[in-house]
Design a protein. Structure first.
Length: 313
């Protein structure tokens, strides 16, 4: 008995198998190419300074430092509560961070003649820990000409750069007594409260008090505590003349608040949607400070960056 010819369905199925394989192979290849592109982009951005980006722009021939500017009383203030009271993911992200970063900042402060202050004793448990930066700065500001607030998830990556020079580049002149009172940077979301300078003045004290009193912005159970939103609101609410007189936003975020660029879809979208903001703020070799804002496993990042710095030295 002669075998039956294959059915039309069997013929169709035999043709679709190779097609499915080719589609899967093409999709896999495309995915690999995208991953390679992400890592290539990360490597390229890490070389931003070598490619001509200038985070600290000063006029040609402008003096960078003198004895008077180096005699300013400056405190570097920070605190870490290891994410206590926040979501589990946040607590894990900050675990071990204080011990990992404190030595780096203390060594820099000692080298430059500043004072490094761990203000962990000033944490107010009634609010998310980030709000306590206001209390810490407010408590120590009367004793110094300037306070440089830096979140716990920051590292000094260029210890040869002084805070006076950073201020000079941001303000544009050396007369710190007549300078604006608050020096900040902006990222994708606007003003960032994680790293800033504030000058001893009545305006600064009143501003810090007003910031603390923005209780409507307090958020619990979220990765956002509300202190950053409150700061942006206050700055945006200032009359134009007061804003111009008292607040300076650095033109280059990387002057003192650089962010690592991570090869991920989230960072790729940011790069495509805001290439200039990314370029101005991405962490590159030679930057003064790196801020691990929004990253998980912060201690792992700190250990890796410190190892890279030791290798360069």
């Amino acid at each position: 008995m002669a075998p039956k010819p294959p059915s039309r369905w069997a013929k169709h199925r035999s043709r679709t198998r190779p097609m499915r394989f080719l589609i899967l192979l093409g999709a896999t290849a495309a995915f690999i190419l995208v991953l390679l592109s992400l890592h290539a982009t990360a490597a390229l951005l890490r070389l931003a300074n070598s490619l001509g980006r200038q985070c600290m722009s000063l006029p040609p021939g402008f003096p960078t430092e003198d004895a008077a500017s180096r005699s300013r009383r400056i405190a570097m203030v920070s605190l870490s509560d290891e994410g206590a009271g926040g979501p589990q993911r946040r607590r894990q992200a900050f675990q071990g961070l204080r011990a990992a970063t404190q030595g780096n900042k203390q060594a820099y402060a000692t080298q430059m003649g500043y004072r490094y202050i761990d203000a962990g004793d000033l944490v107010d448990r009634s609010r998310p820990p980030n709000w306590s930066k206001i209390l810490a700065v407010r408590a120590h500001l009367p004793h110094y000409d300037w306070v440089f607030w830096n979140d716990a998830d920051t590292l000094v990556t260029n210890p040869n750069m002084s805070l006076e020079n950073v201020l000079l580049a941001a303000i544009g002149h050396r007369d710190f007594h007549s300078s604006p009172d608050l020096v900040v940077t902006k990222d994708f979301n606007g003003v960032n409260s994680g790293v800033f300078f504030i000058r001893q003045s009545k305006w600064s004290e009143d501003f810090l008090d007003s910031w603390w009193n923005q209780t409507s912005f307090i958020q619990f159970g979220s990765t956002k505590s509300g202190d950053n939103a409150a700061l942006k609101y206050l700055i945006d609410s200032l009359p134009e003349e007061e804003l111009h007189s008292h607040v300076v936003t650095s033109q280059m975020q990387c002057l003192f608040n650089s962010y690592p660029w991570v090869p991920s879809w989230k960072y790729f979208y940011r790069f495509i949607s805001s290439p200039l903001v990314t370029w101005n703020g991405v962490y590159s070799d030679g930057d003064f400070l790196v801020h691990l804002a929004g990253l998980d496993e912060k201690k792992k990042w700190v250990d890796e960056i410190l190892q890279q710095l030791r290798t360069v030295v």
